[in-house]
Design a protein around this ligand. Sequence first.
Ligand SMILES: [Zn+2]
Length: 93
Amino acid sequence: MGNDNIFNKLEWSCQKATELIDKKLVIKLSFKENLQLKVHKGICDACRTYEKQSRLLQNVLEDHLLKINIENIKIISNNDLKINILNHINEKK
Ligand SMILES: [Zn+2]
């Protein structure tokens, strides 16, 4: 009986595994969740690949967002902001 339960947990669904993989990218998993995911990845190629791709995608996304933010800041400070300040000064004269 007890052993059956353990084996059921080993054959834990890919859907639950991918949910935990997504969750893991945002917050830290509990010890139990981590263990369940580890056991599942040990027997499932698809979920191992899914985790790799999720991590890669997240890294690319973070890099991309960082670059966009830096570009936006440059555009604002170099052009629009300067013009705004100059306009403001001229109005006060
Ligand atoms: Zn799986």
